[in-house]
Design a protein around this ligand. Structure first.
Ligand SMILES: C[S@@+](CC[C@H](N)C(=O)[O-])C[C@H]1O[C@@H](n2cnc3c(N)ncnc32)[C@H](O)[C@@H]1O
Length: 189
């Protein structure tokens, strides 16, 4: 009986550590640990024109759902980078469970230090606090023709090439052109 209690206490402690790490890492980076809805991901990848065999990089891949959809439904190669060890483990398990591990790589680290030069599509569900750092990095590292697709935040100095107002999805083709959402909407009228 005592050993059963011990096992239960150990399991509860492990679960608490898991939940704490799961929520604390995104919190320290100033983000909610909130995944993108599946339908919104599909719409975003379609809007970005992700094609088979292209490489997608998800900046902060969370539970890996973007990677799985990119690999399974768009037949792309998908790389996820996350600072949270729990997120990395979940993303890896998710790709195994969905049978797409050959197309998916998950890396533990800070995406601001990662080399993004091989990306055809960069996916980001972050906040506008990241814009100053990401603007310089993406503009200098991404190849011409690469697309950046953002959820819920936009680049205030770049004019989007596509915009979905229902789902707040923005797509930017590299190299970026000066402008903003306002200049894009003016041209669309
Ligand atoms: C809002 S979640 C988005 C998860 C996933 N991309 C999605 O759309 O479902 C943001 C993720 O970014 C990660 N993150 C935040 N800043 C990071 C950084 N500088 N480097 C790596 N990961 C980061 C967090 O741990 C969190 O998992």
């Amino acid at each position: 009986m005592d050993s059963l209690k011990l096992i239960l206490v150990a399991l509860a402690a492990l679960w608490m550590v898991y939940v704490l790490v799961d929520y604390l890492v995104p919190f320290f980076y100033g983000l909610p640990a909130k995944p993108t809805r599946h339908a919104r991901i599909r719409k975003a990848l379609k809007l970005a024109g992700l094609r088979a065999d292209e490489t997608l990089i998800d900046l902060g891949c969370g539970d890996g759902r973007v990677l799985v959809i990119a690999a399974k439904e768009f037949r792309a190669q998908a790389i996820g980078i996350d600072a949270g060890p729990v997120q990395v483990a979940r993303a890896w398990a998710n790709s195994q469970f969905n049978g797409v591990s050959a197309q998916v790589q998950v890396r533990w680290g800070n995406f601001l230090k990662a080399d993004l030069s091989n990306a055809d599509v960069v996916f980001a569900y972050l906040t506008s606090d990241y814009v100053p750092k990401l603007e310089t990095k993406l503009a200098s590292q991404l190849k011409p023709g690469a697309r950046v697709v953002t959820i819920s935040f936009d680049f205030s100095n770049w004019e989007p090439d596509a915009f979905d107002e229902d789902e707040l999805i923005f797509v930017y083709k590299m190299p970026p052109h000066a402008g903003d959402l306002g200049t894009f909407l003016l041209k669309r009228e």
